[in-house]
Design a protein around this ligand. Structure first.
Ligand SMILES: [Zn+2]
Ligand SMILES: [Zn+2]
Length: 278
């Protein structure tokens, strides 16, 4: 079993050291873990930092190399136990900051880069504290348009290997807009899936939705559409923010992916992908 979306205490909203996660991975029989800490880079926001020993540090080359060293040390230490440790990152995409993102990615030898839409119009829609600021000013149609336009731009930037938690907009959007949040704009979603196929970007099956709303990201109708659009490449991750959530519901996620016709999942090594059948 592999987990391709994991946050350690280097993310402001997560706990657990790299070593604690690796120990947990061995305990539950994982053979590969890919660390994907947050990397937010929007200059208009105040969340562009990485955590070391509980303190906030900027995304400088020096700090990225420090993170890399910790992960590479774990890779060496746990290799003999049969655990493969990968260096990934989850970058929050905002239109217009492509050069900044590229500069950060070029600093280190990453295996895997997930792109995520966390913010729209510089407001984090994946935060219970902040999302109201967006919802108070925009209706659901605008929400969909903003989200899908940003997701399309993320794919077209060609900076990312996989798109995180595709319909994360439903997490808090459902409370505000009701069940209509499930009626996603089909044309816009189709366009994003087609772009993913054209640009060889994987679709992430993310099990965190199960913990929030008893539904994977992406939900069933989007899975069906992704498959109909010819999308074949997926990645699977728990998006755990604490060691006890590592690999949570992954076996179910593999079944879920299979049930929509997906036959393999991708692993990455220095940004080059391989497929394993599921
Ligand atoms: Zn995310
Ligand atoms: Zn995440």
């Amino acid at each position: 079993m592999i987990d391709y979306h994991v946050h350690t205490d280097h993310s402001v909203d997560a706990s657990g050291t790299i070593a604690e996660y690796c120990a947990r991975a061995l305990e539950i029989g994982l053979n590969e873990i890919c660390f994907t800490n947050h990397c937010e880079l929007d200059p208009e926001r105040n969340d562009s930092f990485i955590m070391f020993d509980g303190g906030r540090e900027p995304f400088s080359k020096e700090n990225l190399l420090r993170l890399q060293e910790e992960i590479f040390n774990a890779r060496e230490r746990f290799k003999e136990h049969g655990l493969s440790v990968k260096f990934g990152i989850e970058v929050g995409y905002d239109p217009g900051i492509e050069t900044t993102i590229k500069d950060v990615l070029d600093c280190v030898d990453l295996d895997f880069v997930i792109g995520a839409v966390h913010c729209l119009r510089h407001i984090c829609i994946d935060s219970s504290k902040e999302c109201g600021q967006y919802f108070d000013r925009h209706g659901m149609d605008e929400y969909f348009e903003d989200y899908y336009t940003t997701a399309a731009a993320l794919i077209k930037s060609r900076l990312f290997d996989s798109l995180a938690h595709f319909d994360v907009y439903k997490k808090y959007g459902r409370d505000r807009y009701g069940p209509a949040i499930n009626n996603f704009p089909r044309d816009a979603a189709t366009r994003v899936f087609q772009l993913m196929v054209e640009n060889d970007v994987a679709l992430e099956i993310n099990t965190a939705g199960m913990r929030f709303m008893n539904e994977f990201y992406p939900g069933p109708l989007l899975m069906e559409l992704a498959h109909d659009c010819g999308l074949k490449r997926i990645t699977i991750g728990s998006d755990s923010h604490r060691p006890t959530d590592l690999a949570k519901d992954l076996a179910l996620a593999f079944d879920y992916a299979r049930s929509y016709g997906f036959a393999e999942t991708s692993t990455f090594d220095r940004r080059r992908s391989s497929s394993i059948s599921i």
